[in-house]
Design a binder for this molecule. Structure first.
Ligand code: NAI
Length: 470
């Protein structure tokens, strides 16, 4: 197989950016060009002072080393397609908002338009790799589009290579992945294309971690893996509700369960609920696929994982209202953290959005502090979640604060929505003195030392811990 010399990645987002930057770093002999239609995003990737469009620990160092050497960012999609031997399609695949399958199915419009672009532009054979998370058999649609529109003597081999990185630890995950999964047709050409991509990863990933499977297994594995991960969170969260009502402690429960090697200790952390652009979208996609092939019981089973997550967010917001003497009208709630998890600035499906929304609907005032989320993003998310509220109305009720201390000043309650490390290290005594009394803390991420806070004078509620009021 001819070695891959030039790679193009369509989509410079949370996946395309870090993934292909790491490929460039680890494979100095390969020229990698990441392209996007979004000029602002490309400009940010190219900014002389490295104001990258996404925050990810370690990413800056990777880009610093590879950018301009063999890593390039560009809006010239066509030129990069034409030059490449191998093209990653790493565009967004959000849940459809309207039409057939609205609210469940994946919107493949971006994948299709990228695929059509490849067919229009390419004048020689290419390997086309699905990096985006897509429904099962999308590779078949891609092949049909490519073959129907290609020029003579152009062959397209389609591979599925879903990405398993987790935001917040993307660079570590990419440096040392648990596995790299490559799906291909089991034809001689398919297997050869698979080997070409495997050889790229083999520059730094041990061969035994590069799994090669059939196309459809590869596509479905990504949805299945995310469904299983989210299922663990919903399972522990359902138990957290039981804990709060029985005197059991969800952390003791998780510890005891996790010691069973069949269960394992990871991903058993109770919280206000999962967020992020993937879990909910991918499960809904799985639900949609199950329904389309007439498996309603399978669909109902996985749908419940999302419903439990909605329940958990709602339950936590209700705890806040109930505890603050059944009304939060005109009270100030400080929400610490707005990103969907620590170490990222990404707010897609962040539980913080749902929490702030419910507080605003109860006529509370809300102050928000997050170390990484840009202010414009917070306003955008709140406008989207409250479409009937003009932005002026939102801005009357919400203040974005420059620090946790500022957010907490004169507030009635603090709500921990994201597990940022700095929230553990706050001087809680200083915060306590600035707050109205009784001062409440609601720990939606189980990161605080509740006994210590109670000693200071706080009234503390934690997810999945029995209620002990100071
Ligand atoms: P994103 O929204 O951050 O990035 C996608 C980019 O593609 C955008 O910048 C958009 O402008 C660009 N784009 C869309 N259509 C284009 C076209 N025709 N030509 C050029 N550029 C185009 O999305 P993200 O988070 O990177 O996700 C991409 C895919 O990877 C999705 O399918 C997602 O499900 C999957 N994924 C995401 C993970 C995550 O942690 N965010 C993890 C694993 C998979």
């Amino acid at each position: 197989v001819a070695p891959v010399k030039k790679i193009c990645c369509i989509g410079a987002g949370y996946v395309g950016g870090p993934t292909c930057a790491v490929i460039a770093l680890k494979c100095p002999q390969i020229e990698v060009t990441i392209v996007d239609l979004n000029k602002a995003r490309i400009d940010a990737w190219n900014s002389p002072d490295y104001q990258l469009p996404i925050y990810e620990p370690g990413l800056l160092e990777v880009v610093r080393q590879a950018r301009g050497r063999n890593l390039f960012f560009s809006t010239d999609v066509d030129a990069a397609i034409e030059a490449a031997d191998l093209i990653f399609v790493s565009v967004n695949t959000p849940t459809k908002k309207s039409g057939v399958g609205a609210g469940y199915a994946a919107d493949l419009a971006y994948v299709e338009s990228a695929t059509r672009r490849i067919a229009d532009v390419a004048t020689r054979s290419k390997i086309v790799v699905e990096k985006s998370t897509v429904p099962c058999r999308t590779a078949e649609s891609m092949r049909t589009i490519l073959e129907a529109n290609s020029k003579p003597n152009c062959r397209f081999d389609i591979l599925s290579n879903p990405e398993f990185l987790a935001e917040g630890t993307a660079i570590d995950d990419l440096f040392a992945p648990d596995r790299v999964l490559i799906g291909s047709l089991q034809t001689p050409e398919g297997v050869a294309a698979c080997e070409a991509l495997a050889s790229v990863y083999a520059n730094w990933v041990p061969r035994e971690r590069i799994l090669t499977v059939g196309l459809w297994s590869s596509e479905l594995s990504k949805l299945a893996a995310n469904a299983m991960l989210a299922q663990r969170i919903s399972s522990i969260n359902s138990l957290s509700a039981l804990c709060e009502n029985t005197g059991a402690n969800v952390e003791e429960l998780a510890h005891a369960m996790g010691r069973d090697t069949r269960i394992g200790p990871k991903f058993l952390r109770a919280s206000v609920g999962f967020g992020g652009s993937c879990f909910q979208k991918d499960i809904l996609n799985l639900v949609y696929i199950s329904e389309s092939v007439h498996l309603p019981e399978v669909a109902a089973y996985w749908r419940q994982v999302v419903e439990m997550n909605e329940y958990q967010k709602h339950r936590f917001a209700k705890t806040v209202v109930d505890t603050l003497f059944n009304t939060i009208t005109n009270k100030t709630i400080a929400v610490l953290g707005f990103a969907f998890k620590a170490d990222t600035g990404d707010t897609r499906e962040s539980p913080a959005i749902a929490l702030v929304r419910s507080f605003l609907l109860e006529s509370a005032k809300v102050t928000i502090y997050d170390p990484k989320v840009p202010h414009e993003q917070i306003w955008l998310d709140l406008s989207e979640t409250l479409p009937d509220w003009p932005i002026e109305k939102i801005q009357k009720s919400v203040t974005i604060a420059p620090s946790a201390l500022e957010a907490a000043k004169k507030s009635e309650a603090i709500v921990i929505a994201t597990e940022w490390k700095e929230f553990r290290e706050i001087d809680w005594k200083v915060i306590y003195d600035t707050m109205k009394k009784p001062a409440f803390v609601f720990d939606g991420r189980l990161i605080l030392d509740a006994p210590k806070l109670r000693e200071i004078g706080f009234r503390v509620k934690q997810i999945g811990r029995p209620e002990v009021l100071a």
